[in-house]
Design a protein around this ligand. Structure first.
Ligand SMILES: [Zn+2]
Length: 350
């Protein structure tokens, strides 16, 4: 096992996000990455800095007009300053345009050249603030996933991408839920180009809505997500069992929502169903979107998993026997995510 992480990923230091009408201190902080790095070191997993292939691997799953926006938003935000007008400390939207994309639909670029309009168009909620160094951190986080995919393409049985910021809520042209670029989708697209048929298994506490949406009409990428029932939990609008894909992609998406309060038993049952579906799909490679916000004491968890669930997840990935890229997603109890990753790696390596 080898891991990938770029120190520039620490540069994204969000200050705030909206919760119940109040701007709160941000939850996706750089110390999450430090905790995961320590766990890798303790497990003897070497961490490499990824190459910098620029935007090209991101454009496999994201609209260029969206990446243009992310890349330039901070500079343009500064240019809004004029006498009597002082932009906030981070780029945040004050518009929520309708309709939002769904079901694999494709939006064009924002019809307005206004940064205010584009910020509402591209930042889907108030949890994705853009600061001065954010773009560089977002880009390098995606590069970690791309490098892990390249390692597996080169013959490694598995590789781990320490992605932060996370990615699975990022749509083709829309940020949300702390996510800007969909790291696991970048890895899946890269693996698909090489192996032909790929499955993405997302075990974060939240539905992997961005990944589902990106591949919703695709036949060669299966997306499977176990997550807390979205009826009363982010991302609310998707993640239900009846969402099975669209067009030729019908049958290539599987959602396994878990009742709030579910523990290891319910999770492992869902994981067994996920494994069966993946084996039936017969992919040649796997992406595991691994989140630890399912942990019983995570500050935003509604599930009750403990470290044994992560050990079992590692064992399941080993049993599937596919070339595997593990991409880090959420997990906000900093003291728990290192032990969570260690337990997963124990299960994976037997
Ligand atoms: Zn999550």
């Amino acid at each position: 096992m080898q891991a990938f992480f770029a120190p520039e990923q620490l540069l994204h230091t969000p200050q705030q996000f909206m919760r119940l009408g109040r701007l709160m201190p941000a939850a996706d902080l750089p110390d999450r990455a430090a905790a995961l790095q320590s766990a890798l070191q303790a497990c003897g997993v070497p961490v490499h800095e990824p190459a910098d292939p620029g935007r090209a691997p991101l454009e496999a799953v994201h609209a260029p007009h969206y990446l243009d926006y992310l890349e330039t938003a901070w500079e343009r935000w500064q240019a809004l300053r004029r006498p009597g007008v002082e932009p906030g400390i981070e780029v945040l939207p004050n518009l929520a345009p309708y309709p939002v994309p769904s079901g694999g639909s494709r939006r064009g670029p924002c019809p307005s050249p206004s940064l205010v309009a584009q910020t509402g168009y591209y930042l889907g909620d108030l949890s994705c603030p853009i600061g001065a160094p954010s773009w560089r951190a977002i880009l390098r986080s995606a590069h970690s996933a791309v490098a892990a995919a390249d390692a597996v393409i080169a013959g490694a049985p598995s590789a781990y991408a320490l992605c932060r910021p996370s990615g699975h809520h990022a749509h083709r042209d829309r940020a949300s839920g702390f996510c800007f670029v969909n790291n696991n989708a970048c890895a899946a697209a890269r693996l698909q180009a090489h192996f032909g048929r790929v499955a993405v298994l997302d075990v974060d506490a939240h539905h992997g809505d961005g990944t589902q949406n990106i591949f919703y009409d695709r036949t060669e990428v299966m997306t499977v997500s176990t997550h807390a029932d979205p009826g009363q939990y982010f991302p609310f609008y998707t993640g239900y069992a009846e969402e099975r894909g669209i067009g030729a992609g019908i049958g290539c998406n599987l959602n396994l929502p878990l009742a709030h309060g579910s523990g290891n038993g319910e999770f492992l049952q869902a994981l067994a169903v996920a494994a069966q579906a993946i084996e039936h799909f017969a992919p040649r490679a796997l992406v595991l979107a691994l989140g630890f916000d399912t942990y019983k004491d995570d500050p935003i968890s509604v599930l009750k998993l403990d470290f044994e669930a992560y050990r079992a997840t590692g064992r399941l990935v080993r049993r599937l026997g596919l070339p595997t890229v593990v991409v880090q997603e959420g997990g906000y109890m900093v003291e728990a995510i290192g032990p969570g990753l260690s337990a997963f790696l124990e299960g994976l390596h037997g």
